[in-house]
Write a protein that binds this ligand. Structure first.
Ligand code: SF4
Length: 343
């Protein structure tokens, strides 16, 4: 069986699609349609035969682009397409490519292009929901423990080593990763700088090095954390924002003892590298299906706020104006969660 998996959604969704890819690879070749950013994540992945890049918001926009990518997809000869996201445009791509069986979620905007519809089970983790796409009707449900997987290569490990060497990090130095960014402003916990100081003042992490992960746009957040670390007299924080590729960040996470992250992409990279994770949830909740999947993980959230969750991703502004879901998470509580996890 030759399969095509179409996943053109966010980075985290692509990471959470990897258990489905691994399952399908047991039955034959798996080709993946991905956005340019997501395609890079799949480099070296043993379950993936090839990646077809679909730059739907750029070079492949419009009907001409759709036809071009459909032609490339048709060439791989897939008998089955798995539509791992709701986009009707991407679903149309599988239809245009002439793939005879097209399986997608019953709630998907592209369901008109499917030949089989799978219920979107809101009680499951999203990795399990995606895995269910490959389940024939009546088959057992997804296993309880589904862990995503990524494979940083030699180039990514070398880039990580160069960055750490530039900061004089010793090979045996414990690293604590903080990922303060998020595309959605209300998901950015505002107290990472205080947390960094709190962690370095704790007996268990006095010798640890803080590493800040994120995109280039997160540099101001990294600078605030760096200033807080300098205030403790600790070794300079490693600012990895914008310095590494996504797989390079995954390589760095594999070297870290723990990650503290908002509900955003680094959390899923850490799940794939099985890095212990403390996840901070504000306007969203893990029950939406995007919680951490590392073996050792912990969620810190405001359990008593009736307004949570208020949005599938996180609103631009708090609709109530107080943003208590994030403001009221004390650094001390997060620090205690970190220390429990690494104990
Ligand atoms: S409404 Fe509640 S959950 Fe939503 S952003 Fe505001 S405080 Fe957070």
């Amino acid at each position: 069986m030759v399969s095509a998996v179409l996943q053109t959604s966010f980075l985290g969704d692509m990471v959470l699609t990897t258990p489905l890819l691994e399952r399908l690879a047991g039955e034959g070749l798996v080709h993946v349609v991905a956005t340019p950013a997501n395609a890079a994540l799949l480099a070296n992945h043993p379950a993936v035969a090839s990646v077809i890049v679909f730059d739907k918001r750029g070079a492949d926009g419009g009907l001409g682009g759709l036809r071009r990518v459909a032609k490339r997809l048709r060439a791989v000869g897939a008998q089955r397409a798995y539509l791992a996201q709701g986009s009707s445009r991407t679903a149309a791509l599988a239809w245009l490519a002439g793939i005879p069986e097209r399986i997608g979620f019953a709630t998907s905007g592209g369901r008109l292009f499917t030949t089989r519809r799978v219920p979107y089970d809101r009680t499951l983790h999203h990795a399990a929901r995606l895995w269910q796409l490959a389940n024939p009707p009546g088959a057992p449900t997804a296993p309880a423990a589904l862990r995503p997987s990524l494979y940083p290569g030699a180039a990514e490990h070398e880039a990580m080593s160069r960055l750490l060497q530039a900061y004089g990090v010793r090979d045996d130095e414990p690293l604590v990763a903080l990922a303060p960014g998020s595309v959605w402003a209300t998901k950015r916990w505002p107290s990472y700088d205080q947390l960094a100081a709190e962690l370095l003042e704790s007996p268990a992490l006095r010798d640890a090095r803080i590493v800040v992960l994120g995109a280039a746009g997160d540099a101001p957040l990294a600078q605030a954390i760096g200033a807080a670390v300098a205030g403790t007299g600790g070794a300079p924080a490693v600012d990895a924002t914008g310095q590494l590729s996504l797989l390079g960040s995954a390589a760095l996470l594999s070297r870290c003892r723990v990650l503290v992250s908002n509900d955003s992409a680094p959390l899923h990279l850490a799940s794939a590298m099985n890095t212990p994770t403390v996840a901070l949830f504000g306007p969203t909740v893990p029950a939406l299906g995007f919680g951490p999947l590392a073996e050792r993980q912990s969620v810190v959230q405001h359990d008593a706020l009736a307004c949570r969750p208020c949005h599938a991703h996180g609103p631009v502004h708090c609709p109530l104006g107080h943003w208590r879901c994030m403001r009221d998470l004390p650094p001390q509580q997060v620090s205690e969660a970190v220390q429990r996890l690494i104990a």
